[in-house]
Design a protein around this ligand. Structure first.
Ligand code: ASP
Length: 566
């Protein structure tokens, strides 16, 4: 076995005979000698050999074994931990050769992500990705240690199971029992609640979960969730535990973190930031401008107008087109803008009927110089579209500091959302979430106004955790199903096993789940969640390394009683 890592040797080791192993990160000839950067997981050591004594033909990424003497370098390389020494090779043995590389094993490479994903084993040799994976292991260890110290226990739940509604499509697994399928868990929700019924009181799990939904830079089909459930708690108890856990983690990472975190009502977040996961590293709030409603020619009897001010920047026609597209994609009819210079309108994308009200508006808000964006439509569309523009402006103008961490709890969520297509209410969180006491009697008759005992934890504009206090009473649970138009027989078919457990002495309980990959993405300042997952699918949902998903044989289909349509 290898006993020395390539970050280890120092001046004190000079004159020792050593054996090193690793990949040839680099090899170059200088005068009569060859210099190798020999890399392993831990670092790099320089190896020197004279081709007249050692006759080998080497190339990048060959795996070799080197026997040699540690010597002091003539000039130190301060970038390397081992930069004061090098190895004078006595013997070099090739353990494995490498084909020519599709890209360099370097952090600054300029190749497509798909090529990197196809050769993921090479991609993972690059420092950035390798360090992300190592960092993730460290973070998970700290989180686990913390929970274990608090007397939580790690309990596994089945992967082959029944679907749990978390709002995404299930991945189904056919079985050899004709017409019967397992569903991969979207979360361990029902099992963790059953573990509370079973009396474990404090549970956690570093759980793999699966959701078949559109992929984004912060979404994969499968990801890790730190799932937590506790008995005899209220919202504050869960939130306090999480704050302590985050503080403990950040402490270990040498980042100071103040707790408790801010709390913000869901309605306030939507109204001011146009998002239920506001990035609070920068302000740029949406500003009500209903006073302009009956004044501007462009308005089509809309119910709501809001603005967003971009200070000190003018935008080009091209940018305006891009921004307008964002607004339209987010359901609002169009974007308008004004350029303001020294408190005066110097340009506008639309005809202004009456300057007085708009000038008043500008001076009231002390908009000195910059661009004022205006959207006028239904309230939800205005908020959503300007919220999306707010994020885009930050992408371009970088208001947010990358090394600051703004946590906020989003609380007082609505219990239900109305689904226009299906003409029914669905659970805004999931249907096991408890309603706030004051809506207990009315939530089924007036679902629109009912608020949930639910909370999301948002960090720098990403939802990193979400949870709730649960319904622990069968009658309320049944009423909940009824409110989301789930018939009794349907509820029984899907959740009978769970409803049954609620009949046998259930502690009040609640919990939360963390998207660990997202957290790691933020902490490592990565562009995409794919950079913190060893073997992700690409943006189109394909694992390019293994070329999956892939077809299966007719024999396999037959075994599962399946037949493909056309
Ligand atoms: N099961 C929820 C989710 O995965 C989290 C929770 O309510 O604990 O989003």
């Amino acid at each position: 076995m290898k006993s020395i890592n390539n970050n280890q040797l120092r001046l004190v080791d000079v004159n020792k005979e050593v054996e090193l192993y690793g990949w040839i990160h680099n090899i170059r000839k200088f005068k009569d000698l060859y210099f190798i950067d020999l890399r392993d997981r831990w670092g790099i050591t320089q190896v020197v050999f004279n081709p007249t004594n050692i006759n080998v033909s080497l190339a990048k990424e060959y795996v070799i074994k080197v026997k040699g003497i540690v010597v002091e370098r003539k000039s130190y390389n301060l970038d390397l931990e081992t930069g004061q020494i090098e190895i004078n090779a006595l013997k070099i043995e090739i353990l494995s050769r490498s084909k020519e590389l599709p890209f360099d094993i370097n952090d600054n490479i300029n190749v497509s992500e798909d090529l990197r994903l196809k050769y993921r084993f090479l991609d993972l040799r690059r420092n950035k990705l390798k360090n992300n994976i190592i960092f993730k292991n460290k973070v998970v260890k700290y989180l686990r240690d913390f929970l274990n110290e608090q007397d939580f226990i790690d309990i596994e739940t089945p992967i082959l199971s029944k679907s749990t509604p978390e709002g995404a499509r299930d991945f189904l697994v056919p079985t050899r029992k004709e017409g019967k399928f397992f569903a991969l868990p979207q979360s361990p929700q029902l099992y963790k609640q059953i573990l509370m019924v079973a009396g474990f009181e404090k549970y956690y799990q570093y759980a793999k979960v699966f959701r078949d939904e559109d992929l984004r830079k912060d979404r994969q089909y499968e990801f890790f969730q730190l799932d937590i459930e506790m008995s005899f708690v209220d919202e504050n108890d869960v939130q306090t535990l999480v704050e302590k856990m985050m503080q403990n983690l950040f402490n270990k990472l040498n980042i100071n973190l103040n707790v408790p975190f801010k709390k913000m009502d869901y309605d306030y977040a939507i109204d001011n930031y146009g998002s239920d996961k506001p990035d609070l590293r920068y302000e740029n709030r949406l500003i009500d401008a209903n006073e302009l409603n009956d004044n501007l020619e462009f308005l089509f009897n809309n119910q709501c107008t809001k603005t967003l001010f971009l200070e000190n920047e003018k935008i080009s026609k091209q940018q305006f087109k891009q921004f307008d597209e964002i607004i339209r994609k987010n359901k609002a009819n169009r974007l308008l803008y004004l350029t303001i210079e020294n408190n005066q309108i110097s340009n506008s994308s639309f005809k202004i009927a009456d300057f007085s009200k708009i000038n008043n508006f500008i001076s009231k808000h002390k908009f000195n110089s910059g661009t004022l964006f205006i959207v006028s439509d239904q309230y939800e569309n205005v908020c959503q579209s300007l919220g999306a523009l707010r994020i885009e402006l930050n992408n371009i103008y970088k208001f947010a500091k990358s090394d600051s961490y703004e946590f906020v709890w989003i609380v007082n969520w609505p219990m239900f959302e109305y689904n226009e297509d299906e003409k029914r209410y669905s659970a805004a969180h999931h249907p096991f979430t408890m309603v706030q006491e004051q809506y207990l009697k009315t939530f089924d008759s007036d679902p629109k106004n009912a608020k949930a005992k639910a909370y999301d934890l948002v960090l720098n504009g990403f939802e990193i955790a979400g949870g709730s206090i649960r319904i622990h009473d069968t009658d309320i649970q049944r009423k909940m199903f009824k409110t989301i138009s789930m018939s009794e027989s349907e509820a029984e078919k899907q959740f009978g096993f769970f409803l049954n457990s609620l009949e046998y002495g259930v502690p009040p309980h609640g919990g939360i789940a963390f998207g660990i990959d997202r957290l790691i993405m933020i902490l490592t300042n990565s562009e995409s969640i794919r950079d913190v997952i060893p073997f992700p699918v690409n943006s189109k949902g394909i694992n390019l390394l293994s070329d999956s998903p892939s077809q299966v044989s007719t024999e396999q289909l037959d075994e599962y009683y399946l037949k493909l349509k056309n």
